[in-house]
Design a protein around this ligand. Structure first.
Ligand SMILES: *Cc1c(COP(=O)(O)O)cnc(C)c1O
Length: 462
């Protein structure tokens, strides 16, 4: 196609646009360089469009585009999304959402200074580990507690401190990969321990452990194989048996619980998830678990156990590299307070979601449906299942009601609809199953209901 060069002369110059009142307002908010760059790129786009036959846009239209481009580019890269997947602890979407009280606690200690490592009574250097320790002791029954940046760090610290250069005995059925590259055998190698596998994938007996102990053995390790199930002909060794064997032979027992759950999952219609307080009662020397899985708090690794052992971990040089920061500590302490006050189910988002009443989920899905149908959008509701996720409770589901958009009733291919939802002003993440796009109210916060309906209506607009 030939291009009429005269057409291009109708476009305003960079300078004309920059001097306009609208652009000057943008300069006041964003500074000059990004506005200049946005003007150049919008003009370039207009020229490209005109080369293939588009008409010349007005200055107002160009300025509008400049403003939109800037808003898109200047929004934070890490930002909130609406999780409509029904997977409660969704690692890709930031795991556990935090309560308002928890966020307030973070703001409270982060806006100014805090006694992070300062003993106010003595007026001298203190330890950051004291802040959550008493609560963790109270809630788990352990003698001592320590917190790290995450549970992977807790496992690394535990193994490095207690078994570097020595042997660690573990069941073959527990040599798991948690996801995100966290494989138990790799972490052991990294900690300088020698792995001694015992038993078989599906069955490991206490005699298998006993036979594998040598003069080089330091530790018996139990790992909760959190994200998969072995069913059928299985046998595993109870922690109490491991502890008894370890005592007899002068060894230590460490347990990586993965999720670690302070509440009894059975009360919520789920199967039992191992609880740190049970492991402590069974006599484990060190027990570690995540802060942002079923605990429902910030990313953290929690280590509880015998005072003398925890003190060794705290003194290890790695501790400095895996230490927790003050915002996280504040969030963790506030989360633990919810448990202490018996408010976990009413205040911790993960537990609010797990314990959501089926009638309430159904009425929310129906309300979304009615609001969309009123705008002429064809949707329906159906029974479905939510999952806990986060590598906990594999195979366990919670009954829910889903909003469904069917491929044969949708103006867009479902993949395209899902993409539009993801890239909208408020990104919405949904799932596609067979020929329907499904949205689960369980993981959508109440205050996001209107936004979600709005996002769907916008995504479906021609
Ligand atoms: C999730 C998990 C980890 C890693 O915990 P992070 O807090 O994500 O570092 C380690 N071990 C087990 C068994 C897990 O399930």
């Amino acid at each position: 196609m030939t291009v009429d060069q005269n057409q291009f002369r109708l476009l305003p110059s960079v300078d004309e646009l920059l001097q306009s009142a609208a652009a000057q307002q943008l300069v006041a908010s964003f500074s000059r360089p990004p506005v200049l760059q946005a003007i150049r790129s919008c003009l370039e786009q207009a020229r490209a469009a005109m080369r293939v036959g588009a008409s010349c846009p007005s200055s107002d239209m160009l300025l509008q585009e400049v403003s939109q481009l800037l808003l898109r580019e200047q929004q934070p890269h890490l930002r909130p999304v609406i999780n409509a997947t029904g997977v409660i602890i969704n690692t890709n979407l930031g795991r556990a959402p935090l309560s308002r009280d928890v966020l307030q606690a973070v703001e409270h200690v982060s806006h100014g200074y805090a006694n992070l490592e300062y003993d106010l009574e003595a007026g001298e250097r203190g330890s950051r580990h004291t802040h959550a320790a008493a609560l963790l002791r109270e809630l788990t029954g352990a003698e001592a507690a320590l917190v790290t940046n995450n549970n992977a760090a807790a496992v690394l610290l535990g193994l490095s401190t207690l078994a570097m250069g020595r042997e660690v005995v573990i069941s073959r059925g527990q040599l798991v990969e948690i996801g995100g590259g966290f494989r138990v055998p790799d972490v052991m190698r990294q900690s300088g321990c020698q792995l001694v596998e015992v038993g078989t994938t599906n069955r490991t007996r206490i005699a298998d452990y006993a036979a594998a102990i040598s003069a080089q053995t330091a530790l018996l390790l139990a790992v909760h194989p959190s994200n998969f199930l072995i069913t059928g002909f299985t046998e595993s060794t109870a922690l109490v048996e491991l502890v008894a064997l370890a005592r007899q032979r002068g060894l230590l027992v460490m347990e990586d619980l993965g999720s670690g759950c302070l509440l009894n999952c059975e009360r919520y219609g789920l199967t039992h998830e191992p609880m740190p307080q049970e492991s402590i009662a069974a006599g484990a020397d060190v027990v570690c678990f995540s802060g942002d899985k079923l605990l429902g708090g910030p990313q953290a690794g929690i280590i509880v156990g015998k005072a003398e052992i925890i003190a060794r971990l705290a003194r290890h040089p790695l501790m400095r590299a895996v230490r927790i920061d003050k915002m996280t500590l504040a969030a963790l302490e506030a989360t633990l307070r919810h448990y202490q006050r018996g408010q976990a189910e009413t205040h911790i988002p993960v537990w609010l979601m797990i314990s959501a009443k089926p009638e309430r989920l159904s009425s929310r899905a129906k309300r979304w449906a009615a609001q969309l149908q009123a705008q002429g959008i064809e949707v329906r509701v159906q029974r479905g299942e939510s999952t806990v996720g986060g590598g906990s409770l594999p195979g366990e589901t919670l009954p829910t009601t889903l909003l469904a958009l069917d491929a044969d009733r949708c103006a867009l291919p479902l993949e395209e609809l899902a993409r539009r939802l993801r890239i909208g002003t408020i990104p919405v993440v949904a799932r596609i199953l067979r020929n329907s796009l499904l949205l689960d109210p369980r993981t959508v916060l109440d205050e996001q209901d209107d936004m979600l309906v709005q996002a769907l209506a916008t995504a479906l607009r021609p």
